[in-house]
Design a protein around this ligand. Structure first.
Ligand code: MLT
Length: 255
């Protein structure tokens, strides 16, 4: 049996109602979900962890595989005594949600994949990640803080905010997550087995997640629908929080 060296995640809980576990993207932290709070706090108990090494959570020494990060989340939900909940994952958080859905399908009563995908990295993307690892080893998180926000959104204020968040992240967490993402399996096979209703949130101007990759999820998930964010890039929950909150409210109604 696989042994996972899990980490106790730092997290925040806000609101009352159906439990919703929110998993942030790379190389960010739980604060990226804050814009949803005013729209959801009366309907949902929002549980927002910082994934290993990000925000206030300690980093591990090994690659942060999607399965290992899903195990960290499993430890957290066990600690909170949650049996059934909705999970929403942004980008890397979505990859982790699929690893979680594969390992613990009994816990999910709804899934939101926000600017995310089930397919694995292309060889070029994997190579690019290893190059980034070398750059981060030499120059720290600033390397990503400078250029990455430009790919995440066209909103200039948001780019500044994201740059601050990324610049403050631990290089070790960034390197471990890059190794984990490069190494992640293709989760396409998991999609047909997911029983819970699933909303796919897609920014129409997202340059990270292609339409082809969204189409794979639409084709293979049993009960799914797509919410498109017209001018959204890769950060829909910050660019159009009400739209993303409404998608989660629809999941709550079905839970
Ligand atoms: C993210 O937003 O989590 C990343 O862009 C995901 C990735 O690099 O695949």
């Amino acid at each position: 049996m696989a042994v996972f060296h899990t980490i106790d995640l730092d997290f925040e809980e806000v609101g009352q109602g159906t439990p919703v576990v929110l998993l942030h993207g790379f190389p960010l932290n739980r604060s990226t979900w804050y814009p949803l709070i005013p729209f959801l706090k009366d309907k949902a108990r929002l549980i927002m962890p910082d994934l290993r090494g990000f925000g206030r959570s300690p980093a591990g020494d090994e690659p942060s595989t999607m399965r290992l990060m899903a195990e960290d989340v499993a430890v957290l939900v066990r600690k909170l005594g949650l049996k059934k909940f909705i999970m929403a994952g942004h980008s890397m958080g979505g990859y982790i949600s699929l690893a979680f859905a594969q390992a613990y399908p009994q816990h999910l009563c709804g899934l939101a994949l926000v600017a995310s995908m089930a397919t694995d990295d292309s060889p070029e993307k994997r190579q690019a990640r290893f190059k980034t690892i070398e750059n981060v080893k030499k120059h720290g998180s600033e390397v990503l803080a400078k250029d990455m926000p430009l790919r995440l959104t066209s909103d200039v204020d948001l780019q500044k905010k994201l740059s601050e968040i990324i610049g403050g992240e631990n290089p070790k967490a960034i390197i471990n997550a890059l190794k984990g993402m490069a190494d992640r399996p293709d989760y396409t096979d998991v999609l047909p087995s997911i029983q819970s209703p699933t909303v796919i949130v897609a920014g129409q101007k997202d340059v990270v997640i292609s339409k082809e990759r969204i189409d794979v999820m639409v084709r293979l998930l049993q009960k799914n629908w797509v919410v498109e964010v017209p001018n959204g890039g890769h950060m829909p929950m910050m660019e159009a929080p009400e739209t993303v909150a409404n998608a989660i409210i629809d999941l709550i109604k079905m839970a």
